[in-house]
Design a protein around this ligand. Structure first.
Ligand code: NAP
Length: 331
């Protein structure tokens, strides 16, 4: 089959992802084989392209956000049948979905209704799972006492879903951050109660808006350099949840304010064990809510074709740091 792949880690300027022939994916017992119809593109995949090379003689196939059609099922892959329309993520230690077909553990896949286009479905999985796990951890509700949440980078892929899930699945007062007219407008449209600018003094803006201490910050960008400002915003026993690579921190201030730190890595369950099926259930709930009109898909740019040109354009967009919603490629 064809896949978009590369051999050596490289920068965008030297973009080297090519369409090549690769072996058909080998199904594990709990896998589905999915014919890929659309893929969502994430900054994390661009980061891997910049830093991870294939072993000698090998190739890297990225992409852990897709929608498509089941074409085969492993003997232990329950709940799915050939022909089902699905969306899902995958396992970052295995080949991804920038290919004609992908083998994926059925537990991180959810069925999608006919009303949901593949492009819309492919915009959802990573944002939904990362945001929801960052907010509720392995439970199903915000930590006790959390009445307001600051989502930093609210117009991005993760922030767009965090904003919507907070507005729809919780009672929290949602403060989103966005710095440009289009990202502010998008954040408001997704349900934020208040929008502030992450390039200006956050504490001053919240004071001006009459918002008291923040109960939970969900940080998607620059977490390390913002730690002091988050400590200032958060109430004692508040929560700082982060999804980016935060660098080294001085934890003294965190301890003085009695804060809880929540790290989130969307692939931690599938890679290291745990209740991966919970992710499938969260995705199924989100897919149902999109069809019911309670959540919006977040694709804002749709490119076409499993081609190096489309992929390069997508990487250029995600590396700009100015994405609103998500870039999707349809096959
Ligand atoms: N841990 C995980 O499992 C996981 C999963 C997915 C993503 N991630 C990581 O989470 C981060 C966000 O991913 P994403 O898909 O949401 O990214 P994204 O879609 O590229 O985010 C774009 C948004 O970031 C905002 N932004 C840019 N610079 C910012 C800054 N200095 N401070 C605050 N916001 C800023 C922009 O807002 P304005 O245009 O309004 O400035 C833009 O709307 C990335 O580091 C990604 O690798 C982690």
């Amino acid at each position: 089959m064809k896949a978009l792949a590369y051999e050596r880690a490289h920068l965008l300027d030297a973009f080297a992802i090519d369409l090549v022939d690769v072996a058909e994916p080998r199904l594990r017992a709990g896998d589905l084989l999915v014919e890929v119809r659309a893929i969502g593109i994430n900054p994390g995949e661009a980061a891997i392209r910049r830093t991870r090379s294939a072993p000698p003689g090998g190739r890297v196939v990225l992409g852990w956000e897709f929608a498509g059609v089941v074409v085969a099922t492993g003997p232990a892959a329950t709940g799915f049948a050939v022909g089902d329309r699905v969306m899902g993520t995958g396992d970052i230690t295995r080949d991804g979905s920038w290919a004609e077909r992908v083998a994926v553990d059925h537990r991180v896949v959810a069925p999608i209704a006919d009303e949901l286009t593949f492009a819309d479905a492919a915009s959802l999985p990573i944002g939904v799972l990362t945001a929801w796990e960052a907010l509720v951890r392995d439970g199903d509700a915000l930590p006790p006492g959390v009445g307001n949440v600051l989502v930093v980078g609210a117009a991005g892929g993760v922030g767009s879903m965090a904003t919507q899930l907070l507005a729809t699945w919780t009672q929290a007062f949602v403060i989103g951050t966005a710095s440009r007219p289009e990202s502010r407008e998008w954040t408001t449209a997704l349900g934020a109660d208040l929008v502030v600018d992450h390039h200006r003094d956050l504490a001053a803006q919240l004071r001006d808006a009459g918002v008291g201490p923040v109960d939970l910050v969900l940080s998607t960008s620059d977490t390390g350099s913002r730690l002091t400002s988050y400590v200032e915003l958060l109430r004692p026993f508040g929560h700082l949840s982060f999804v980016d690579a935060p660098g080294r921190w001085d934890l003294e201030a965190v301890a003085v304010r009695s804060l809880s730190l929540h790290g989130e890595m969307v692939f931690s369950t599938i890679v290291t064990g745990g209740d991966a099926a919970r992710q499938g259930r969260i995705l199924a709930r989100a897919a149902g809510d999109v069809v019911a009109g309670r959540l919006r898909p977040i694709g804002t740019t749709t490119l076409q074709g499993l081609t190096p040109e489309a992929m390069r354009a997508a990487h250029t967009l995600v590396e700009s740091g100015r994405s609103v919603g998500k870039t999707v490629i349809t096959l």
